[in-house]
Design a protein around this ligand. Structure first.
Ligand SMILES: *Cc1c(COP(=O)(O)O)cnc(C)c1O
Length: 428
């Protein structure tokens, strides 16, 4: 599509947008009477209008039935988990039995490593991204120590080459090949939180499994953002959080995927709890752990219907919008943003922005990370004052992620217009 940098063109794109009414399904933040341009769906997705009512239903049921809420009424809490699985399986490209909703992301990664990282003296190395999200780094460091290894000896980080910002696919594959005899696990992010780089998960999986290693993905920034095919890619395991692109509320309940080929393998080590016990006989409360033969067999604790309710409200909207339509709009919205930012950057006397997000469409999702070459922090502060919610990552990056469910083409246009005005100020 041939874009034009005018407000009229932005409005036209919004009018042509089949998904434009979905914005009304969300509560857009208003600060000091001004509706914000909210571009942080990658950090905390906005609250759907229906979420409060869904959570209230759980509150009412708790009030009316007490513990019987698990079994009674229209939607017994015992069955609530099942309602989340279909939409999630669709979003991550898995079979329904390969998906479980439980805990939170970092907790789930630890639990999955118990099953999928079984180091011995020969195979004990883990390949991961340099500068992975801190929680993933701490998780790996402490998990490896717990297994009796020295993190410095077994964790191998793949970094961008000097002077570059994104990690080259060939370097990932090369590192896998180099360590093929000692490699136990590749734990990688689907989409990097800092740069917005989307990785070729299918290729990474294939390469790692070809040398006999397991492969897991942290999908915090991928789930609900870009299309995933975990099952077809033959990924061993994955985990994600629900509060970023999945709009299920701060600290919302996490999710995990475990390929079906592991479901009947009861010899696989795991940390168990009663909720992972075979569903049909769970309440017989017998001695000896007998797992449910699906991803649900990795559950530990009593489910949280309040968090399920928030998750369900958000997932329903995804299904109503349709994932394919969301993907189309995501690409158009993102291309529109790149078009406007490129033009703005080219109009400056010297470039003020270096884009560290990869430019090819199949290497990025909603997010654009702008490395600010001058006065970055002041630009960020001015954006906030002007009602634009983006974020700042030290030392000099502004991240923003317009999302197809509730952001508009007009907002993207307004944002670049505001940014242009800020760049004309005499910042010191
Ligand atoms: C957001 C994010 C997390 C957060 O983990 P929680 O356990 O939900 O706090 C972890 N990893 C990555 C890559 C993230 O982007």
């Amino acid at each position: 599509m041939q874009f034009e940098n005018t407000e009229a063109f932005a409005c036209q794109l919004d009018q042509q947008d089949e998904l434009r009414s979905f914005r009304d399904q969300f509560i857009i933040p208003v600060i000091d009477g001004r509706q914000q341009i909210y571009f942080l769906g990658n950090s905390l997705g906005l609250q759907p209008v229906r979420t409060a009512a869904y959570m209230q239903q759980v509150m009412n049921k708790w009030a009316n039935y007490g513990v019987e809420g698990f079994f009674m009424g229209e939607e017994p809490w015992l069955q609530y988990h099942d309602r989340l699985i279909q939409p999630l399986a669709h979003i991550v490209g898995a079979l329904p039995q390969e998906v479980v909703v439980m805990n939170q992301l970092t907790v789930n990664l630890h639990l999955l490593l118990v099953s999928f990282y079984q180091p011995d003296q020969k195979r004990n190395k883990i390949i991961c991204e340099a500068k992975a999200f801190p929680s993933d780094q701490y998780m790996l460091e402490t998990h490896v120590k717990y297994c009796g290894f020295n993190p410095g000896d077994v964790i191998i980080e793949v970094a961008p080459r000097p002077g570059e910002h994104i990690i080259r696919q060939e370097d990932i594959l090369q590192t896998i090949e180099e360590h093929k005899d000692e490699l136990a696990l590749v734990l990688w992010g689907g989409l990097n939180y800092y740069t917005g780089q989307l990785f070729d998960m299918a290729a990474i999986t294939k390469a790692a499994q070809a040398v006999g290693a397991k492969v897991g993905f942290d999908l915090a920034h991928a789930a609900g953002n870009i299309p995933l095919q975990l099952h077809d890619w033959h990924v061993d395991f994955a985990a994600w959080c629900s509060y970023k692109y999945l709009n299920s509320g701060p600290g919302g309940i996490g999710g995990a995927y475990i390929h079906e080929r592991y479901h009947n393998d009861t010899s696989l080590p795991r940390f168990a709890g009663w909720w992972g016990y075979d569903k049909a006989t769970r309440f017989l409360m017998q001695k000896g752990f007998n797992p449910t033969r699906s991803a649900e067999g990795w559950q530990l604790s009593t489910p949280a219907p309040l968090l399920y309710a928030a998750h369900r409200a958000a997932l329903e909207i995804f299904m109503e919008a349709g994932f394919d339509r969301l993907q189309k709009k995501r690409q158009l919205l993102n291309n529109w943003l790149w078009f406007l930012l490129d033009e703005l950057n080219q109009q400056q006397q010297e470039p003020v922005i270096e884009f560290i997000t990869p430019r090819p469409e199949n290497e990025r999702g909603c997010q654009v990370s702008m490395l600010m070459l001058q006065n970055g922090k002041q630009v960020f502060d001015e954006l906030a004052k002007a009602g634009v919610i983006v974020d700042w990552r030290e030392p000099n990056v502004i991240r923003l992620a317009p999302v197809p469910l509730y952001n508009t083409f007009e907002e993207v246009w307004q944002f670049t217009n505001i940014l242009r005005q800020i760049l004309q100020l005499q910042l010191v």
